[in-house]
Design a protein around this ligand. Structure first.
Ligand SMILES: Nc1ncnc2c1ncn2[C@@H]1O[C@H](COP(=O)(O)OP(=O)(O)OP(=O)(O)O)[C@@H](O)[C@H]1O
Length: 465
């Protein structure tokens, strides 16, 4: 399957890797602004810098390099790209992995709770204290990810940045959360001998396992504070660490601030890429419409369509039953897309493709399900089927998001969604839209319109099937 193309770096990108210096650097920018591309170009320069240094050492050690991604699918994609940047060399020890796989290589654990299992447990404990179960469960996940081991009580008096406005977490609510959600969850884990993602991070933060010279972390916006601390702990004294992020594309509720993890942001070590190279103007306009009114911070960049030069067709919204949507897309592929050169992704919020697969099969269109796959497909198939979450950081020529019915997209009725739910949903769909280079099709049932449908007017063409 096709991955990213080779590019000639622009001046703003070149500036980020032409002179390598040890220390932390942050690369920010909107979707498609070349953050991953630039970070991988920097990876090559940084490895060159440490190889040079190695030549001057009397007992040279291999240059130890770590590239971390958030999910397995992105790991496969980045590995494919990095293989073009980094040559095979015994003097380079290169590890490209997810945080989870990386920490499990070092930490001895038999039973581990996934993020989703943790969320379900936190939601069940939150039911005892509030009707706003999701808000409290999200806050608990944030607290667990933010504070180092044994310091959870600091939450009661610490400043809380980066959360929505309602409901505010005053001290009495924090005590409730700590006593009735977080501590019972910790006890449950202990009693059943479980570890969770945060225990892995804490373990990696407390023990020195590695000493990396070069570290690149992609999609950093979805890492927790403890995970960032763990990564910093495993860096050599004079290492080069690059964090790549765009908080507008954040899809999980956990988050961190640079101050919380002890990293100071200065103009010399933080950069924002400004030009969107991936999307056409029409696709960038749709992404921007979805994100209108969504609050952002310094680490986030709303899509800027003003500096996008490439023009294309208006994104298409198709309304009808799922089989009609799927059949329409398949006919569209057959008539308009050259699968020898172009890639296509079908994205679904829950990864449901049961009804699509036979339609692709009847048309003899080869496809690959790529969610949770840690290797990028090496075959000729240029149609990928995957969840929204697994599509983060990837790129395709054509993106089809069908079956986006309101009941599938929203966990609650539209009128019950609060600001955070709505913003998360809009960020998720905009992130999916932003994967596309050439065309986008969105599809949902006429009888179950998603809450995002109001954002689609004027920036899409609508077709009733
Ligand atoms: N200097 C450049 N000239 C032309 N194309 C470029 C340049 N830099 C990056 N690109 C292209 O822009 C697209 C987006 O790049 P990349 O995936 O690195 O962006 P990103 O900022 O990491 O995106 P996202 O946050 O959405 O994952 C890719 O197709 C890449 O090849």
């Amino acid at each position: 399957m096709k991955a990213l193309i080779d590019v000639r770096p622009t001046a703003e990108q070149l500036a980020l890797f032409s002179r390598i210096q040890p220390g932390v650097e942050i690369i920010r920018g909107a979707a498609g602004s070349g953050k991953t591309t630039t970070a991988l170009l920097k990876l090559r320069s940084a490895i060159g810098f440490y190889l040079n240094r190695r030549r001057r050492q009397s007992e040279p050690k291999a240059v130890n390099v770590l590239v971390l991604t958030f999910n397995k699918t992105l790991r496969g994609y980045i590995k494919e790209l990095a293989s073009k940047q980094v040559s095979q060399d015994d003097a380079i020890k290169l590890e490209i992995t997810t945080f989870n796989a990386w920490s499990r290589r070092h930490v001895d654990c038999s039973a581990i709770l996934t993020i989703d299992q943790t969320q379900t447990l936190l939601e069940s404990y939150s039911r005892n204290i509030s009707a706003d179960v999701k808000f409290f469960a999200d806050e608990a996940a944030y607290v667990l990810g933010r504070f180092p081991f044994g310091q959870l009580d600091e939450y009661l008096s610490s400043r809380r940045d980066g959360r929505g406005i309602s409901p505010r977490m005053e001290r009495p609510s924090r005590v409730l959360l700590l006593e009735n959600v977080i501590k019972p969850y910790l006890n449950y884990k202990k009693k059943n001998n479980y570890m969770d993602w945060n225990d892995l991070a804490i373990e990696m933060y407390s023990t020195l396992y590695e000493s990396y010279d070069v570290i690149v972390v992609d999609e950093t916006q979805d890492f927790s504070a403890n995970e960032i601390r763990a990564i910093m702990k495993q860096s050599a004294r004079e290492s080069t660490i690059t964090f790549v992020l765009d908080s507008v594309q954040k899809i999980y509720s956990r988050s961190f601030s640079w101050a919380e993890v002890g990293i100071s942001i200065r103009p010399e070590n933080s950069h924002k890429l400004s030009i969107n190279y991936r999307n056409t103007k029409e696709i960038a306009l749709l992404a921007a419409a979805l994100l209108q009114g969504v609050r952002t911070d310094d680490d986030g960049s709303l899509p800027d369509f003003s500096n996008v030069e490439r023009r294309g067709s208006l994104p298409l919204v198709i309304c009808g039953d799922y089989i009609s949507q799927a059949s329409y897309c398949v006919e569209y592929i057959k008539e308009n897309i050259n699968l020898e050169t172009d890639s296509v992704a079908f994205l679904h919020p829950k990864g449901w493709f049961r009804d699509l697969v036979p339609i692709l099969g009847q048309s003899r269109l080869p496809y690959k399900v790529i969610q949770s796959q840690s290797e990028w497909p090496s075959g000729e198939e240029n149609i990928a089927l995957t969840t929204f979450h697994s599509a983060k950081g990837l790129e395709f020529d054509h993106v089809f998001m069908i079956g986006l019915d309101g009941s599938i997209l929203n966990s609650a009725k539209s009128e019950d969604l609060d600001y955070e739910d709505t913003a998360r949903l809009r960020r998720l769909v905009a992130m999916g839209v932003g994967r596309a280079r050439e065309s986008v099709i969105i599809g949902f049932s006429k009888h179950d319109m998603p809450s995002i449908s109001s954002c689609l007017q004027n920036v899409t063409v609508r077709l009733e099937l």
